[in-house]
Design a protein around this ligand. Structure first.
Ligand SMILES: [Zn+2]
Length: 217
């Protein structure tokens, strides 16, 4: 089985990947919905998914950073995997505080005292769940550097925005899944332009705006 098929299969089993006529949080309609957080409910699946990601990573780091609450389990698992791959380093697992919005509307990330003190002087890889733009990862990288750490790589469980290492200002970018913006299976539409609505398909799911969870429409 190709890696992408294997990953989709695991995500479907976890309920992280839903196929069906769905209304997204933005109000747009799609035929697919990915909530990577759900994979973290299943330790065995998380281990397999992060294992597939870690196979690509050849860089030595002294710590992995993940954003709380969405990416902490992924970070922890990746730190464990990279420790197994390299006898020299035993990477730490470090977590940022949840993402906030700054006054200019950009994502803002920071670390509490335990983690900011620990980050100073470390060589770090950062993991994010799903990237549709580079904004959150850039905020993660900046916050990590502000603590005195070097950031050598970034990793996405799913890179949905064609995001590149160059764009992020890191040496390497790794992605478990790469879904191009042009991928027909992953396009979304305004309700009045939705081809599934035009075919008379009823909405099956919608994303609850208050908590981001998928509920029957
Ligand atoms: Zn529709």
């Amino acid at each position: 089985m190709k890696r992408q098929e294997q990953v989709f299969h695991i995500l479907e089993k976890c309920g992280a990947l839903i196929s069906g006529h769905v209304q997204l949080r933005s109000g747009k309609h799609s035929q697919r919905f990915l909530d990577m957080r759900r994979a973290q409910l299943f330790p065995e699946s998380t281990e397999t998914l992060v294992g597939l990601l870690s196979e690509q990573i050849k860089m030595n780091v002294t710590g992995i950073v993940g954003r709380s609450p969405h990416c902490v389990v992924f970070a922890h698992e990746l730190a464990k995997m990279l420790a197994r791959n390299s006898k020299k380093d035993k990477p730490l697992s470090l977590q940022s505080m949840p993402r906030e919005k700054s006054s200019d509307g950009n994502p803002l990330v920071y670390f509490d005292h335990l983690y900011s003190a620990q980050l100073n002087g470390e060589t770090i890889g950062i993991i994010e769940d799903v990237g549709t733009t580079d904004a959150t990862m850039k905020a993660m990288i900046q916050a990590t550097r502000d603590c005195g750490a070097e950031v050598t790589f970034a990793a996405y469980m799913c890179n949905r925005g064609g995001i590149t290492a160059e764009q992020l200002g890191v040496e390497k970018l790794y992605s478990l899944l790469e879904i191009s913006k042009e991928d027909k299976n992953w396009q979304f539409f305004k309700p009045d332009e939705c081809p599934y609505c035009a075919q008379g398909q009823q909405l099956e799911w919608k994303v609850d705006d208050s908590n981001g969870l998928l509920v029957p429409a």
